[in-house]
Design a binder for this molecule. Structure first.
Ligand code: ADP
Ligand code: MG
Length: 246
């Protein structure tokens, strides 16, 4: 079978905050249709990498390519390929669901033709169609995250970046969100980078990259990481790899 191309390539990234090295020579690749979990404790550098990938801050060294487009030198082309859900909600609470989604669609130059129809269809898949004209403030945390996910995918990106998307959600909403992402990957071939500090969320990923104190310690899948660490569970493997590391 033909080797799938890397839709996202992160090479030799270094990022300093003054003298503090937050990312130390980070390499990370995502193939087309692959679900990659970036697993690391708080302070590992997950959101820093996320900010670099989404073009908000620049790395001091290294490159990020999204479908071949350098995030610094071809940022417009690169950002078109990315759907982004940030760690903190970035949805306007005082606008309605449809207003939030329309605004994003227009920013991306998406035609108005069929837009409301398409958004309604998407909302139906989450059983949220009755909320279309409700202010986001009236929605639950889980519902808001789903609206953010719909928004992130409106412009049909190739890669979805989600930074700790389940923080603050109840177990059922967490499970729903993860299932939805797995379905998108399986049905639409979406590539996903999902950051988390929760081992159980990383278990289902095609590839798990363990980041600690700005360094990639290991990458593999659930079984290979357990095997290499000689442990019974991924949680134990994660602790064994990260404990006592400078
Ligand atoms: P994570 O998302 O994995 O919790 P972050 O990328 O937020 O990690 O942070 C990585 C490290 O960089 C932490 O030690 C954090 O305190 C530090 N850091 C993050 N942002 C800044 C900043 N703007 N200025 C200085 N230090 C920062
Ligand atoms: Mg973070």
């Amino acid at each position: 079978m033909k080797e799938k191309l890397n839709i996202l390539r992160v090479s030799k990234i270094k990022k300093y905050y003054n003298d503090f090295l937050a990312l130390d020579n980070v390499n990370l690749n995502i193939k087309s249709g692959e679900f990659v979990a970036l697993l690391g404790p708080n302070g590992a550098g997950k959101s820093t990498l996320f900010s670099i990938l989404s073009g908000m801050i620049q790395a001091d060294e290294g490159d990020c390519l999204i479908d071949g487009n350098n995030i610094i030198h071809k940022s417009v082309d690169a950002l078109k390929k990315l759907g982004i859900v940030f760690q903190q909600p970035t949805i306007d609470m005082e606008l309605t669901v449809i207003e939030n989604l329309f605004f994003h669609a227009r920013l991306h130059g998406i035609s108005l033709k069929n837009l409301k129809h398409n958004i309604t269809k998407e909302l139906e898949t989450y059983k949220l169609e009755t909320k279309i004209n409700k202010k986001v403030r009236t929605l639950s945390g889980g519902e808001r995250r789903k609206i953010e996910l719909i928004r992130a995918l409106l412009h049909s990106p190739r890669v979805l970046l989600m930074d700790e998307p389940t923080v603050g959600l109840d177990p059922k909403s967490r499970q729903d969100l993860l299932s939805k992402i797995l379905k998108l990957k399986n049905t639409k071939g979406l590539s996903v980078l999902w950051t988390t500090h929760l081992v159980d969320e990383a278990e289902k990923a095609d590839k798990i990259i363990i980041l600690n104190k700005g360094k990639v310690l290991k990458e593999g899948n659930h079984n290979s990481l357990i095997r290499e660490a000689s442990t019974n569970t991924l949680g134990e493997a994660f602790l064994k790899l990260t404990e006592g590391k400078k």
